[in-house]
Design a binder for this molecule. Structure first.
Ligand SMILES: C[S@@+](CC[C@H](N)C(=O)[O-])C[C@H]1O[C@@H](n2cnc3c(N)ncnc32)[C@H](O)[C@@H]1O
Length: 187
């Protein structure tokens, strides 16, 4: 049972993430993905970003934690949600864009590479990926959760075989220059 599979863990996360959302990242996303296009969010958590995305795009939220999905569905009965693991992404559906905000760092680097291959398969032609990461060069486990930090060069080497890198930039979420976002187009 992982941190995000218990009500207690999720309550802790929601409290910790107060005051943070992906509003600025989504403004950047809008430079690359036109309104009304279909967007799949991976690891939607409490759904703050999904709420913003849903005002602009045809959104599908997903997470591998049933508790997050159930909580969001209770507040938003019409929401289109899928229970998806970010590594296997077992769905027959395809999307114009796949978005995540601070999710893929919970996967091992090997699993992230598997996820990217699968994401490529479920992207429509010319589809866009938008993902954010914590910046650094360490791996740690906190409360049983894996955190893999990445520097620009490493991410570049992971992405460039399957994707054209449109933007790969450092930004600040909590501490100065602590984060990186990537905008990638399917090759
Ligand atoms: C740090 S939270 C980010 C949540 C949300 N994006 C936000 O900004 O509030 C990480 C999220 O990723 C989800 N997650 C972690 N590993 C996952 C996996 N393998 N597949 C799908 N979701 C995963 C967790 O359940 C959690 O909702």
């Amino acid at each position: 049972m992982g941190f995000f599979d218990t009500e207690k863990g999720i309550d802790e996360y929601v409290k910790m993430a107060e005051g943070f959302d992906g509003a600025e990242l989504i403004k950047t996303l809008q430079k690359f993905v036109p309104e009304k296009f279909s967007v799949l969010e991976l690891g939607m958590g409490p759904g703050k970003d999904l709420n913003i995305l849903s005002k602009i795009y045809a959104v599908t939220g997903s997470d591998n934690s049933q508790i997050f999905l159930d909580r969001y569905k209770k507040q938003n009965p019409d929401a289109d949600l899928l229970k998806l693991d970010a590594v296997t992404l077992s769905t027959d559906r395809t999307f114009d864009c796949i978005y995540s905000n601070k999710v893929l760092h919970h996967l091992t680097t090997g699993n992230m590479k598997t996820s990217l291959k699968k994401q490529k398969e479920i992207l429509n032609p010319n589809g866009i990926l938008f993902h954010s990461f914590w910046r650094g060069n360490k791996t740690e486990t906190m409360e049983g959760l894996l955190f893999v930090y990445y520097e620009l060069e490493i991410l570049k080497s992971i992405f460039e075989s399957d994707f054209k890198i449109l933007e790969l930039k450092i930004y600040t979420e909590d501490q100065k220059d602590d984060s990186i976002y990537a905008v990638l187009r399917k090759k």
